[in-house]
Design a protein. Sequence first.
Length: 127
Amino acid sequence: MFSHQALGSNDIACSKVFYDAIFAAIGGPEGIIDAKGRLIYAHDGGRLLITRPVNGAPASHGNGSTVGLNMASAAQADAWHAAGIAHGGMTCEDPPGIREATEGRKLYLAYLRDPDGNKLCGMHRIS
């Protein structure tokens, strides 16, 4: 359904260090900075853009917003989470682990906040 997701940043260089590390942990390429100064990641058919707000106001995270990223395994979600913590992110929500979802489904979830406070979730579907 989605073609891309964009998140605001006040420090693109800091964001590049953080996002390059978490994408490397899941086999993704490092980001590129386009002519408009946006940091762009393309992986598994999706795009994530990190950008300064177009209106010139400071970037701020969305309260209640989460960007979810698919993980191939629980181990990959753990590596992704650890890379984020090591590169300026902060853990949030509960520690990485299995959560019961609707209709008996099980998910392995790992939550991070990037250096600008944007909330990310690494999710592996167990069943």
